[in-house]
Design a protein around this ligand. Sequence first.
Ligand code: NAP
Ligand code: GFB
Length: 311
Amino acid sequence: MKILVTGATGLVGTAVQRVSKSLFPEYNMTFISSKDCDLLDLERTTSTFKTHSPDCVLHLAADVGGLYKNMNQKVQMYENNLIMNYNVIKSCYHNNIKQLVGMLSTCIFPDDIEYPIDETKLTLGPPHASNDAYAYAKRMFKVQCDAYNDQYNTNYNCVIPANIYGINDNYDLNDAHVIPALIHKGYLARDQGDIFEVLGTGEPLRQFIYSDDLAEIILRLLPTLNQDSVIITNPQEYKIKEAATYIAEAFEIEARLKFQPTASDGQYRKQASVDHMLKLLNTDIFQFTSLKDGIDRTVKHFIDNYPNLRI
Ligand code: NAP
Ligand code: GFB
């Protein structure tokens, strides 16, 4: 199976590179980043897909960020993701590529909803205001995939992760997701003897999936994915304060942990069900990396590779 992967240099892209080499040698994988092809350029994207002519495009590339990037850069998050996704779908169809797998996120589901979230609930209401621009761009990806599947009988679908973390993340102090942002802050606090500031109350709940676990599940499901989408995450929920405490312990700065309760908490909860994922995996358990182990591994990689990371 010849698979072309966009977003190769990213958190998930590098995890797919590692995991495919070790666990899925039978897959013929090609990885591209924006240096190989700017997905905002339709002509370039169509010609790149024609050159590789894969059986499947695994579309990981996106303009991605945490709560604060989503609140402060709504225009960029909407336009870049809408255009990239539009170009990828058009280029797949133009080149008669049989399968496309794209990435949504559990944060794009309605905020006011009965938990757990499942794949049928995506359009039951508006997403949380903190990331509505990004969320609607992602929802439009699914609308366009469904339209092609309906009209041209294509096999374009989406996987829907919760919050992902792991090595090679984006650690930008303002734009990153919570775990990489706090790992960067923890590193600086330890070295500069500063307080370790966690924004918000620490009370919101999140499901976190380690990047290599996500990559393994996507690669295991890839050959059987059909037109409906599937939520993929470690189902365990953690308070932000629990994740922050694991990070403080990894840097041995527990005494310096301080919350900034006046800062935004963002969405309080987005608990999603993994029933469909387990059914597709044909199992009732998957051995996920624990949040503590995943954070310890990511902190060690950060310390060993600082500053040659996306900081
Ligand atoms: P990431 O680390 O920020 O990586 C994004 C990738 O997209 C990078 O490799 C980047 O390549 C590429 N990219 C950005 N703009 C591009 C362009 N114009 N043309 C070509 N490539 C471009 O993101 P990630 O965390 O791996 O996310 C992967 C996917 O999972 C995304 O679709 C995201 O929406 C989704 N997702 C992420 C999370 C999360 O918590 N991280 C949660 C749910 C869903 P360059 O480095 O060359 O620019
Ligand atoms: O991962 P995160 O930035 O985004 O997590 P979301 C935000 C939560 O972590 C909020 C707390 O409760 C914040 O108050 N937090 C504490 C921090 N300290 C920090 C910090 O230093 N940086 C950050 N970023 N948060 C995102 C969506 O929502 O979920 C994206 O906006 C994406 O679109 C992602 O889909 C998966 O989990 O709130």
